[in-house]
Design a protein around this ligand. Structure first.
Ligand code: CDP
Length: 217
C-alpha cells in the first residue's frame, strides 16, 4: 500500500506522515530529506552553482536513510540538512532533471514490497501515480513560516521569521514553476487545508479519508 502526501513547504507533511505511519504501521519516507542530502553534499564540495559537477557527483552519491537519521557519506547529518543554508539552495538542486531521476529511482526501490507513506512534491503525480491514497496538504504561507520558525528556534537556530517567510515563498515559486515534475495537486488527490487545525485534527482528517478511500477501492 502506498500513501502519497504532497504539498508546499511547511504545510505539515512530515509531522503528519510520521504520525500516520505509526498509526497504520507503515514505513515513512521523507523524500524532501533526500533532496536536502544532495544539496548538502554540493555545498560541502563547493559546487552549488555548477550543474555539470552536480550531475557528476550523483555517480558516487552515498546517502542512507535509517530509522534514526539521514546519512551522507556514513555521517548522520539529520540536523545539518534542516539548516537555512540548505533550505535556501535545495529548490534549485531539486529542479535538475538528473537529480530528480536518481531520487525517484531510489524512492521507488526503497518502497518495493513495503507498505509506505511518502511525503514530497511529486509523489502522487510522478513517483507513484497509482498510490492508493493521495493527500495534498496546504496552509496559508504566513502560518507555514510561523511553524517553521518555531521548529528552528526549538533546535537552537538563530533565525528571522521574515527570512523564513521569504524562503518559503521563493521555494513555492521554484517548486511549482519548474519544468521537471512541478509541485501540483494530482487530479485524484484530496486537498486538506491545515491552516487553522492542530496536528491531531489533521491526522484524524487524513485517517478518515484513508478509511473511506481504502476500504472503497
Ligand atoms: O519540509 P519542507 O516542506 O521545508 O521541504 P522538504 O520536504 O524538506 O523539501 C525540500 C525541497 O526539496 C523542496 O522545496 C523541493 O524543492 C524539493 N523536493 C522535491 O522537489 N520533490 C520532492 N518529492 C520533495 C522535495
Amino acid at each position: 500500500m502506498i500513501i502519497a502526501i504532497d504539498g508546499p513547504a511547511g504545510s505539515g507533511k512530515s509531522t503528519i506522515a510520521k504520525l500516520i505511519a505509526e498509526d497504520l504501521g507503515l514505513v515513512y519516507l521523507d523524500t524532501g530529506a533526500m533532496y536536502r542530502l544532495v544539496t548538502l553534499k554540493a555545498l560541502n564540495e563547493g559546487i552549488l552553482g555548477d550543474f555539470e559537477k552536480i550531475k557528476k557527483m550523483l555517480d558516487n552519491l552515498n546517502i542512507d536513510i535509517k530509522e534514526n537519521g539521514f546519512y551522507l557519506d556514513n555521517v548522520d547529518v539529520s540536523d545539518e540538512i534542516r539548516k537555512p543554508i540548505v533550505s535556501e539552495n535545495v529548490s534549485d538542486i531539486a529542479a535538475i532533471r538528473e537529480v530528480r531521476e536518481k531520487m525517484v529511482d531510489l524512492q521507488r526501490k526503497f518502497s518495493e514490497s513495503k507498505n509506505v507513506i511518502l511525503d514530497g512534491r511529486d509523489i502522487g503525480t510522478v513517483v507513484f501515480p497509482n498510490a492508493n491514497v493521495k493527500i495534498f496538504l496546504v496552509a496559508d504561507a504566513k502560518e507555514r513560516a510561523n511553524r517553521r520558525y518555531k521548529e528552528l528556534v526549538k533546535k537552537g537556530e538563530n533565525v528571522k521569521i521574515e527570512e523564513i517567510y521569504e524562503n518559503i515563498l521563493k521555494r513555492d515559486e521554484i517548486d511549482s514553476t519548474r519544468k521537471e515534475s512541478p509541485l501540483k495537486k494530482a487530479e485524484d488527490a484530496i486537498e486538506v487545508d491545515t491552516t487553522s487545525k492542530n496536528i491531531e485534527e489533521v491526522k484524524n482528517e487524513i485517517l478518515n479519508i484513508y478509511s473511506k478511500y481504502f476500504i472503497c477501492v
